[in-house]
Ligand binder design. Sequence first.
Ligand code: SF4
Ligand code: SF4
Length: 165
Amino acid sequence: MTEKKRIKNLSLMERIYIPEIAKGMWLTLKTMFKPSVTLQYPEVKFEPTGSYRGRPVLVKDQNEVERCVACGLCARVCPALAIEVQASETELEKERYPQKFEINMLRCIFCGLCEEVCPEEAIVMSKDYELVFSNRDDAIFGKDKLLVPVENLKERLDFLRKFKG
Ligand code: SF4
Ligand code: SF4
């Protein structure tokens, strides 16, 4: 009954659709002459800003040591159970370090919760969005793939400081 009423209220021009079709075609024509926003990936790469949440990585400080103190908070908060941390003692000032730190990239949903809870700014979301694996084992990233020099993460760390206040 409601459907019938709606049709009755249409004007003649609306019922023949032609003006609406012309409007649509005019919009298409205008858009055709605007600069393209489509990137020809992979020839042209997308360059994200600091607010982008790519794969999580571990921060390696200038002294070549990971910031992580193996507190395990990130593993506990991860909704996908993607993180595994094994702590061990160290002679360094921080006392504990992650002897093993792994993230299963097949599980990770890039939510950023690990980054939010980390008390040391030791795990952050990077700009890396290119993840390709040929088998399941390759998707488990250890410290060799996770550790990234702090200089390469400056933009994200600056963004976090601004965002967290
Ligand atoms: S980004 Fe989210 S899903 Fe991925 S490791 Fe961190 S907490 Fe887990
Ligand atoms: S990355 Fe951060 S939250 Fe995770 S274990 Fe290390 S210090 Fe703790």
